[in-house]
Structure formats: structure tokens, C-alpha cells
Design a protein around this ligand. Structure first.
Ligand code: SAH
Ligand code: DHB
Ligand code: MG
Length: 222
């Protein structure tokens, strides 16, 4: 693996396609200053999420795993004025940082951060009937990815785009003897996704500033 080369190309992509934008940069600075782990998507990947949301004409987006709101801001920026993003975060400390970042980005009217365990919050969202969502981004703890995906399907309509981050884990998904709970969670999710007749799905490998990983991309069939 040529990590330096892949990171340099990621920066090249960033310079070309991710204009310097104060509120996104301030989001990363504030997240780091607050001691959040730097596991946000890379800028080039944020732009990819933004493009995917635009492609779906998304008016309602659901995110599982907010952290400091970096990906939420990229997704929120793709929404029309009356659009809505609900993002779920277990840590109230992370959520507080995210709300300040989202506010600074001028998206407080469209982006709602809900605090709690995603497995508790998702059934509430289902009961509220705020769905179906046009796009769902899964990026929280890895063990329950399969359950998040099952919830996502219940909150979808034909055409909904479901994206899940971190499904390659530096290639660790190939290790059939892995005892890493996160790897096992992702392996179980990838198998469930591949066996799910209600979606057309694949995995895109990603390299660059965030190392070697990948995103699963699925569209709910009509
Ligand atoms: N999407 C973010 C990164 C999310 S990191 C970005 O790219 O900017 C994963 C987040 O999921 C962390 O903030 C973590 O606190 C949160 N998380 C972990 N377990 C969770 C759970 N059970 N329910 C909701 N959020 C959870
Ligand atoms: C981890 C989580 C993420 O969502 C990510 O993008 C990278 C790493 C982690 O928990 O290690
Ligand atoms: Mg991730």
C-alpha cells in the first residue's frame, strides 16, 4: 500500500473539488479542540455524500452516527430549504459539538441532532412516521450495522439510497477468523446486504487521508 501517494492524491482531489469553506474547516477544528476522535469522513468523501444526496434529490435524510456533524453538514448542504436531516448520536458531548457546528454552518433549521442509542431512536422515528427517507447514511458503531440496515429498510421507499461507511476496514473483512467485534459486525452486515433481495448493492473501496476502507452503496428496488 502506498499510503503517502493515496493521501497526496486525496489532497489533490480536495484542492480541485472541495473549495475552502470556513464552516467545514471550523467544524473540523472545533471537533478536534473538543477532543472528538478524527473519524469523520474525509473531505473528498463528504463531497461524495453531498453528490449522492443531490443525485437522489433528497428532501429527507437520516444519518446514524453524527460525531461533530462534519458529514451531516455535507449532507445538509444538499437539502432544499424545506428539507430535513435527522442525525443520531449516542454521546451527548459529541451532539453538543455537532449542534454548534451545524448552527455555524447555517443549517440549524434543517438538521436535527437526536441523542440516544440508535437502536432506541430508530423505532421512535418509525413510529413518528417522518419517513420514508430519500437517503440514509449509516456510520455509527459497527456491531449493530445489520440491525441499522433492517431499520433503514423499514424507513425507506423504492429508490431510497442507503450508504454504510467502514465496510472494508483496511481489508480486515477478508479475515474469516477475525475475533474483532467491529470486523464481525461489518462482515455480518455485508453478508446480509448481499443477500437482501429488496436492494441492489455493492461496495466501493476508498483510500486516502482516512486510510483504506470502503462504503457500501445500496438502492431500494421498486
Ligand atoms: N458521520 C460522522 C462520523 C461518525 S463517527 C462524520 O463522518 O462526520 C461514529 C459516531 O457514532 C460517534 O460519534 C459515536 O459516538 C456514535 N455512536 C456510537 N455508537 C452509537 C450508537 N449505539 N448510537 C448512536 N450513535 C453511536
Ligand atoms: C471508526 C469509525 C468510523 O465511523 C470511521 O469512519 C473510522 C473509524 C472506528 O470506530 O474506529
Ligand atoms: Mg465512518
Amino acid at each position: 500500500m502506498n499510503k503517502e501517494l493515496f493521501s497526496a492524491v486525496d489532497r489533490y482531489v480536495e484542492e480541485l473539488f472541495v473549495p475552502i469553506e470556513e464552516s467545514l474547516q471550523a467544524t473540523l477544528r472545533a471537533s478536534e479542540a473538543a477532543g472528538l476522535p478524527t473519524i469523520n469522513v474525509a473531505p473528498s468523501q463528504g463531497k461524495l455524500l453531498h453528490i449522492l444526496a443531490l443525485l437522489c434529490g433528497a428532501r429527507r435524510i437520516l444519518e446514524v452516527g453524527t460525531l461533530g456533524g462534519y458529514s451531516a453538514i455535507w449532507l445538509g448542504r444538499a437539502l432544499p430549504f424545506d428539507g430535513k436531516l435527522i442525525t443520531l448520536e449516542y454521546s451527548s458531548a459529541h451532539a453538543e459539538v455537532a449542534r454548534a457546528n451545524i448552527d455555524r454552518a447555517g443549517l440549524a433549521d434543517r438538521v436535527e441532532v437526536r441523542v440516544g442509542r440508535a437502536l432506541d431512536l430508530l423505532p421512535q422515528i418509525e413510529a413518528e412516521q417522518v419517513g420514508p427517507f430519500d437517503m440514509i447514511f449509516i456510520d455509527a458503531d459497527k456491531q449493530p450495522y445489520t440491525e441499522y440496515f433492517q431499520c433503514a429498510l423499514r424507513l425507506s421507499r423504492p429508490g431510497t439510497l442507503i450508504v454504510a461507511d467502514n465496510v472494508v476496514r483496511n481489508g480486515a473483512v477478508l479475515d474469516t477468523n477475525s475475533s474483532d467485534a467491529q470486523v464481525l459486525g461489518v462482515q455480518r452486515f455485508n453478508a446480509a446486504l448481499s443477500a437482501e433481495p429488496r436492494v441492489a448493492a455493492t461496495i466501493v473501496q476508498l483510500v486516502g487521508l482516512k486510510g483504506y476502507d470502503g462504503m457500501a452503496i445500496a438502492v431500494v428496488r421498486s
